[in-house]
Every structure is written in structure tokens, then in C-alpha cells.
Design a protein around this ligand. Structure first.
Ligand code: ZN
Length: 370
């Protein structure tokens, strides 16, 4: 994710903080300071930091369970709305998905249980004097917020863990796409209820409703893509009949290519046929206005595009394309030579062509928590 800073590495997983999270922390500290001075600011900020530490441990619960099944998690990012664990691969069986999904909330159950145990012992030891002890207040607040995290994440709607758990349970009986479809529908129905209650009461619920609704739609789309592209290699769907631009092309040359073809994305190749970058027709038109026709395309093209190989799985390439900000992914051979492009349009066309034939799907994972 862009604008993230790596803070630590645990078991091969990069723990990252998104810049907006730091701004959020600063805002919390400032508003507490404004309301009650330095000590209130320190306590308030400490609570938020500890809360997000619990969220991080929750995500690590997912990631470390996934690792038991040979699935790596390149990074976990903390955002003001929660944590996101990016699982590299897809759990192969519903049972694995179930265990990975449950592991997160289970971490919060354990944290809450430990905190309550400690609190009880303290309360027994010295009943009354603890009531004004800020450490005790902090611990009891943390315990209740962990219980809230468990309940919230178990809401049976994507992108919450509850949605994954529901889908995994359904997928034990039904095929994967059907299970996802039902889980997504349940999620959207819940979003509708939240939205309705939110309208008359808590506006926070409106926000959750939107979050859940979008999560369910995205998951349903992704499941459809995967249902169709399952087990297909990239080579099946790549565009090979296309115009490439040479390294020394000007924006005028590029504009000519835009006019003469129906392409939206143009690969830029060096003399040896290796990919240097990708330039879109929108980039070309925009750059023409700003730099004029004689300027080189090199300063406008998207460099360092992620690449895929012809034998890579198409559904994973599609996920890679979605999570990167690149308009298309170049396909290269083992010598680094350009073979073709994977674009959102041609994956869409692929889906239309293949959807006449029923196939089994496989799950995809993106864990997000509010
Ligand atoms: Zn979770």
C-alpha cells in the first residue's frame, strides 16, 4: 500500500503503518491535549496505541495461521479504520479459510480473558483504591474494546471475518462461487438493516453499512472472476496482438499509435524486446498538452510495473493488477522479453467467453477490519 512506513518485521511479515494512521494519532493526541492537558493526552494516545496493538495481534493471528498452510503474508498495514493483512495466496480448502478467519477474533478473546483475569486479581487484592487507578481504568477499557472487536468482526458480512467464516462453512457443503454469493447476499442484507437503523439512530452504523455493502459487492465480483479464471494460466488471456512503442518514440509517435489502434495501454520496449514500462492513451493525451509532441515518452510512462509470466495463474495476476495502481500487467518470458499484456478489459472478455462453461472456483483473501 502506498504511503506506508515499515516499522518492524515479524516472522517474515512486514508490519507497516499508513501515513494517515500517524496523522490520526497526532489528531487524537492534539484533541485530548486540547480537552484536558498533557496527562490526558498521554493516556488517551496510549490507549489508542494499545488498541491498535491488539488489532495488529489480531492480524498476526490470521497471518501466522495462514503460514501453517504454507500461505505467506507479505505485509500487515495499520490504517485509522483498522488493520489489513495481505495474504499472498488463497486458502485451498474451506476448512483452512475457516481456521484462518477464526484465528483473528480468537486472539482478541485471549487478550480480553487475560486482561479480565488480571483485573479480577487486582480487584481482590485491594478493592477500593483501584477504582481511581488509571492503569486499572486503561486495562478495563482495553478488555471491553477487545470484546467489541470480537463481536464486530464476527458480524457475518464481508469484509469482516464473520463473512469469511460464513462463506467457509457454506463452502463445505456448496461450491465456492455459490457459497460466496450467499454470504455476499447475507452481508448486503445486513448492510441494509444497519443502514436503516443508522438513519434513525447511530450515524456510525451508516458508515459501517456502506463499508459492509462495498465489501460484499467486491467479494462477489472477485468470486465471479475467480470462478471463471480458476486454474487458467495467464497465457490463456493475455493480449498478444498489439502495438508496442520503441524506447526512442516521441509523444507524437505515441499519439499516432493511439489513433491507428483501439489499444488503451501501450508497452514500451527496449531494442532487445524487454519491457521498460507502460503508457496509457490517457497519459499520452495529457502529456501532449503539457509537454508537446517532441517530448520523449520515457518521462510519461509508468515504470517498474509488476510483471507476470505466461504460466502464472490468471486469478492471481488479476489480484496483482487490482492491488497495484498499474493499468495493465506485462507478461514476460524467462529472458525478460515482452510477450503480451493482461488488461482489465481482456480479463472481462475472458470471463464473458468462459462463463458459458461452469467451473469450480477458489477463494481469495483480503482481510480488513474496522
Ligand atoms: Zn480479522
Amino acid at each position: 500500500m502506498r504511503w506506508s512506513i515499515r516499522i518492524a518485521r515479524v516472522g517474515g511479515i512486514d508490519l507497516k503503518i499508513h501515513l494517515t494512521f500517524l496523522i490520526f494519532l497526532a489528531w487524537i493526541a492534539f484533541s485530548y491535549y486540547h480537552a484536558g492537558g498533557a496527562s490526558v493526552a498521554i493516556q488517551g494516545t496510549l490507549f489508542v496505541v494499545l488498541l491498535f496493538l491488539c488489532v495488529l495481534l489480531h492480524e498476526l493471528g490470521h497471518a501466522l495461521t495462514a503460514r501453517q498452510f504454507g500461505i505467506r503474508t507479505p505485509d500487515i498495514t495499520l490504517l485509522p479504520i483498522g488493520g489489513v493483512a495481505r495474504l499472498e495466496r488463497i486458502p485451498k480448502e474451506p476448512r483452512q479459510e475457516l481456521l484462518i478467519a477464526i484465528a483473528g477474533p480468537l486472539v482478541n478473546v485471549v487478550i480480553a480473558a487475560i486482561l479480565m483475569l488480571v483485573l479480577n486479581q487486582q480487584a481482590d487484592a485491594s478493592a477500593l483504591e483501584n477504582l481511581s487507578n488509571p492503569a486499572v481504568t486503561l486495562m478495563s477499557k482495553l478488555a471491553s474494546v477487545n470484546i467489541f472487536l470480537v463481536l464486530f468482526n464476527l458480524i457475518p458480512a464481508f469484509p469482516m471475518d464473520g463473512g469469511r467464516i460464513l462463506r467457509a462453512l457454506l463452502a463445505m457443503k456448496l461450491n465456492y462461487a455459490r457459497a460466496t454469493q450467499i454470504a455476499a447476499t447475507v452481508g448486503q442484507a445486513l448492510a441494509f438493516v444497519f443502514g436503516l437503523v443508522g438513519l434513525f439512530g447511530n450515524p456510525m452504523l451508516l458508515f459501517i453499512a456502506l463499508f459492509v455493502y462495498l465489501g460484499a459487492s467486491q467479494e462477489a465480483t472477485l468470486a465471479r472472476v475467480q470462478d471463471v479464471t480458476f486454474d487458467l494460466p495467464v497465457s490463456e488471456a493475455m493480449v498478444t496482438d498489439l502495438r508496442a512503442l520503441p524506447v526512442n518514440a516521441t509523444l507524437d509517435d505515441a499519439a499516432e499509435a493511439v489513433l491507428r489502434t483501439s489499444q488503451h495501454e501501450f508497452p514500451v520496449l527496449d531494442q532487445a524486446g524487454r519491457i521498460l514500462g507502460i503508457i496509457t492513451s490517457a497519459d499520452i493525451i495529457d502529456a501532449l498538452r503539457r509537454h508537446g509532441g517532441n517530448a520523449s515518452i520515457l518521462q510519461v510512462m509508468h515504470k517498474d510495473t509488476p510483471v507476470v509470466h505466461p504460466d502464472d495463474r490468471l486469478d492471481e495476476a488479476f489480484l496483482k493488477m487490482q492491488s497495484s495502481s498499474f493499468p495493465a500487467l506485462p507478461v514476460i518470458d524467462s529472458f525478460g522479453r515482452f510477450l503480451g499484456l493482461i488488461t482489465p478489459e481482456n480479463v472481462g472478455e475472458m470471463i464473458m467467453i468462459r462463463s458459458v462453461r461452469p467451473k469450480n472456483g477458489k477463494p481469495s483473501w483480503r482481510l480488513a477490519h474496522a
